[in-house]
Design a protein around this ligand. Structure first.
Ligand code: AN0
Ligand code: CP
Length: 323
């Protein structure tokens, strides 16, 4: 595998899920694969889970790991070509990428949506430069539009906890005080549509996700109706994707105080099929989900985060196998 970005990059999901099972059974059986191989993890944004789980996965495979927080200690990077660099940015991405690549075999990059231009974000301007100029396999650790390591861990979580062949999975928008990217919901939708689940998305009008990720997934604007009979509830906030009104891209459309009935609570969970609650974390309690639901017996947020180690290990293993 040279690029891990979309669900298709992992191939057959059944095979990927059984490989995840195998990793879970004994995660240290491929130490030879990573011997003398270096993974470079580059963070343009904060992270707890991705940082730790990916580093752990690489170590499980016997790899060496270098973690770089670009905004803490490295030179501030210019990303636009043609700019007269007389501002606060000392180095250009076009030199930094091949230099960083020369010290490693595999590159993971986290670079969130910047919300400056929908076009730049949705064209994956930053990650595509890594793919183009590094000459190394590149895996996405949440880019402007996708978070595939999360979606893969979410799929593993559902697979491990489902009690019927085709569970009903509901992804619900929930309120948040700040504008958040669409990467998590985009990838979750993309992976759920490829998996064997009955998938429903619920959100207020104006938050329609990009069709390249949601295809013709069922959208139900009535949250309570969407939750009926759900086996898994996946909560997440996202800002306006700008599908119908490009000028609203990256905006929080309404004051969150007026949207608090979208916060997932016992009221919505009561109409589900005793659904499991999921969230990628970090989560703001009593904005996205109430204390009682996230702490309740059906909450999967901790095992879901733990599966990030497994999803990252399957991805790194696949990459190492093709180096
Ligand atoms: C990020 C997001 O919503 O994309 C990362 C989630 C994994 N969340 C925040 O910035 C709070
Ligand atoms: N879920 C997730 O990617 O968490 P971090 O932002 O902490 O890495």
């Amino acid at each position: 595998m040279k690029v891990f970005q979309h669900v298709q990059d992992i191939g057959d999901l059944r095979v990927a899920l059984s490989e995840a099972q195998e990793v879970k059974r004994d995660r240290y059986q491929w130490q030879h694969l990573g011997k003398n191989k270096t993974a470079l993890l580059i963070f343009f944004n904060n992270s707890l889970r991705t940082r730790l789980s990916t580093q752990k996965a690489a170590m499980n495979l016997g790899m060496n790991v270098i973690v770089l927080d670009v905004n803490q200690g490295a030179w501030k990077l210019e990303t636009e070509r043609g700019v007269v660099m007389d501002g606060d940015k000392s180095e250009h991405l076009l030199e930094a990428i091949p230099v960083m690549a020369s010290y490693c075999d595999v590159i993971g990059v986290r670079s969130f949506a910047r919300f400056e231009s929908r076009e730049d974000d949705y064209e994956e301007k930053i990650l595509n430069q890594f793919i183009r100029y590094s000459g190394r396999p590149v895996f996405f650790m949440e880019s402007a539009t996708v978070h595939p390591l999360q979606a893969f861990a979410d799929l593993i979580t559902i697979e491990e906890n489902k009690t019927k062949a085709r569970p009903k999975v509901v992804m619900s928008w929930a309120p948040h005080p700040k504008a958040l990217p669409q990467a998590v919901p985009n990838s979750f939708a993309e992976w759920m549509l490829a998996a064997d689940v009955d998938f429903v998305i619920t959100h207020p009008e104006g938050y329609e996700l990009d069709p390249q990720f949601v295809g013709n997934a069922r959208v139900e604007y009535d949250q309570m109706k969407a939750f009926e009979g759900a086996d898994f509830v996946y909560a997440k906030n996202w800002s306006c994707p700008g599908v119908t009104r490009p000028e609203d891209y990256g905006k929080v459309l309404d004051d969150y105080h007026t949207m608090m009935d979208w916060c997932v609570s016992a009221r919505q969970m009561a109409v589900t099929n005793d659904a499991h609650f999921m969230h990628c974390l970090p989560v703001r309690r009593n904005m996205i989900v109430t204390d009682d639901v996230i702490e309740g017996p059906r909450s999967l947020v901790i095992p879901e985060a733990a599966y990030r180690e497994i999803s990252a290990q399957v991805v790194l293993k696949r990459i190492l196998e093709t180096l």
